[in-house]
Design a protein around this ligand. Structure first.
Ligand code: S3P
Length: 431
């Protein structure tokens, strides 16, 4: 990463942020299950999304990728709800929890056998949370020690359930909704707190009724639907790294164009504004199922805040970069209610606590969060990313303002969600 991330150069100008990862996965999945050719404009060409594309190709779906006027575009030739064929090999989901968990839901109701696996990180992440409701629907799923991938799924006829989710999780909710599409009856789900709702929005956009009434989400099984054009907004979780860079690098002002501002994802904007960030959000007309905006940020003096619960859930993937903002903010930032971070691509609480400590930041780790005493200069350090893309990008941003170099053991993991991270940052730095 050396040479591109020049220190202390103001970041100026405007960039288009690559497509949203969560929405790209869903766009591919629901296009494959629709009837006819769906066009997905602005999809995210990254390792995680490639895993979902490959999985559908292995199940007989044609997916063609092309840059249309320089915009990454996919054509997915959907064969309807009963159009998938048995994959002849194991489906490798790589590092992608969204691919594995959503496909588990979809595959539970297919008339064939499938096996899902992933890299060492994904094989150590909890899967009982998704298998449990699917088994209640009549699914036959097998795992290592009742918890870990590889998962073997022997497809069955499913029945709808009423399910009270023990934890809020968009991946689990989406897996149940996907299984619900193939189940007899109406599946009903109640979440303790609302997680991201991209699946619900996309189902409705494709014409499948997916309603929320009195906090209960319901979807009827067996509703087939035609292909559609989908426009994927920029990923706010990717934009977050540049937002924080713009705030902490002296003399910066940048605009991030056509970024998704789905309210279930905008916790990072609320938190940064509460910390004193100058951020201007200019909503744009949306031509698909998600709200979008241009976001302008300028260098700002930040102060520490306390973050919990609902706001944090809306910023769940932004913890690593939020830690960097907190380390540079005056005073204390305290985060609680974030125990889910222990089972993300890495244990993000432990990984960030260690990384911040090595940069000379005073931190206290809690089982469900962290306390960061900010306001001092960051020291150069050698950090372990644990193969976690968001840790690597957060540390790269810290490196823009640290007094010495931030060296990382592995930055190739950035390919999972943001392959153009370095080049776009270089553009903003005037390179
Ligand atoms: C995602 C849901 C969240 C999030 C992940 C992507 C999705 O995970 O952290 O990066 O696309 O549905 P959980 O469902 O485990 O909370």
């Amino acid at each position: 990463m050396k040479g591109i991330l020049t220190k202390k150069v103001p970041l100026r100008g405007s960039v288009v942020i690559p497509g949203d990862k969560s929405i790209t996965h869903r766009a591919i999945i629901f296009s494959a299950l629709g009837k006819g050719m769906s066009e997905i404009t602005g999809y995210l060409p990254s390792e995680d999304c490639e895993r979902t594309i490959t999985a559908f190709r292995e199940m007989g779906i044609s997916v063609v990728s092309e840059a249309k006027n320089g915009v990454p575009t996919l054509w997915v030739d959907g064969k309807g709800l009963s159009g998938l064929t048995e994959p002849s090999g194991v489906i490798d989901c790589g590092n992608s929890g969204t691919t594995l968990r959503l496909l588990a839901g979809l595959l539970a109701g297919q008339p064939f056998l499938s096996i899902l696996t992933g890299d060492a990180s994904l094989r150590s992440r909890p899967m009982r949370r998704v298998m449990e409701p699917l088994k209640r629907m009549g699914g036959e799923l097998f795992s290592r020690r009742g918890e870990y991938a590889p998962l073997a799924i022997s497809g069955r006829r499913l029945s709808a359930i009423d399910y009270e989710m023990p934890i809020p999780s968009a991946q689990v909710k989406s897996a149940i909704l996907l299984a619900g599409l193939f189940a007899a009856g109406t599946t009903r789900i109640r979440e303790p707190r609302q997680s991201r709702d991209h699946t619900e929005r996309m189902l409705s956009y494709f014409g499948v009724p997916c309603k929320v009434a009195e906090g209960i989400l319901s979807v009827a099984g067996g509703v087939s639907y035609p292909a559609r054009k989908i426009l994927v907004p920029g990923d706010l979780s990717s934009a977050a790294f540049f937002l924080v860079a713009g705030l902490i690098v002296e003399g910066s002002q940048m605009t991030l164009c056509r970024v998704g501002i789905n309210p279930t994802r905008t916790g990072i904007l609320d938190i940064l504004q509460k910390m004193g960030a100058q951020i201007i959000i200019k909503p744009l007309t949306s031509d698909c199922c998600e709200p979008v905006a241009d976001i302008t940020v300028s260098t700002s003096a930040l102060h520490g805040v306390a973050i919990e619960g609902e706001t944090f859930l809306r910023a769940i993937d932004e913890f690593p970069i939020l830690c960097i903002a907190a380390a540079l903010a005056e005073g204390e930032t305290v985060i609680h209610g974030a125990e889910e971070l222990r089972v993300k691509e890495s244990d993000r609480i432990a990984t960030m606590a260690r990384a911040l400590g090595s940069m000379g930041v005073a931190v206290e780790e809690f089982p469900d969060g962290i306390k960061i005493i900010g306001g001092k200069k960051l020291k150069g350090a050698v950090c372990e990313t644990r193969g976690d893309h968001r840790i690597a990008m957060a540390m790269a941003i810290a490196g823009l303002v640290a007094e010495g170099d931030i060296e990382m053991d592995d930055t190739s993991c950035i390919q999972t969600s943001f392959p153009t991270f370095e080049s776009l940052l270089g553009e903003l730095a005037g390179r």
